[in-house]
Design a protein around this ligand. Structure first.
Ligand code: ZN
Length: 86
């Protein structure tokens, strides 16, 4: 299946920035969880540590970033209905 690029003429600078709900910081750092892998589960038969994605945390206060999309209520189209009695 060919993956077509979704081209939009939008400057990234014009997009609203999400800010930390706790302190208002606009920078986030990717974070990981480190997980123990026992020798039984390890492909090479030796215990190890792997990392799994744990989302983004605020660069200032460490609060977990909320990655749920905002409701686009402000973008809703307001249609002006006209009644036919002219
Ligand atoms: Zn913060």
């Amino acid at each position: 299946m060919e993956q077509k690029a979704f081209k939009m003429q939008v400057s990234l600078q014009s997009l609203p920035m999400r800010k930390c709900a706790c302190c208002g910081e606009a920078k986030f750092i990717p974070s990981v969880n480190l997980r123990e892998v026992s020798a039984l589960l390890s492909p090479n038969g030796k215990p190890g540590v792997i990392f799994t994605d744990a989302g983004f945390i605020c660069a200032t206060c460490g609060e977990q970033a909320d990655l749920t999309p905002q409701d686009d209520k402000s973008v809703g189209i307001v249609s002006e209905e006209r009644d036919g009695n002219i």
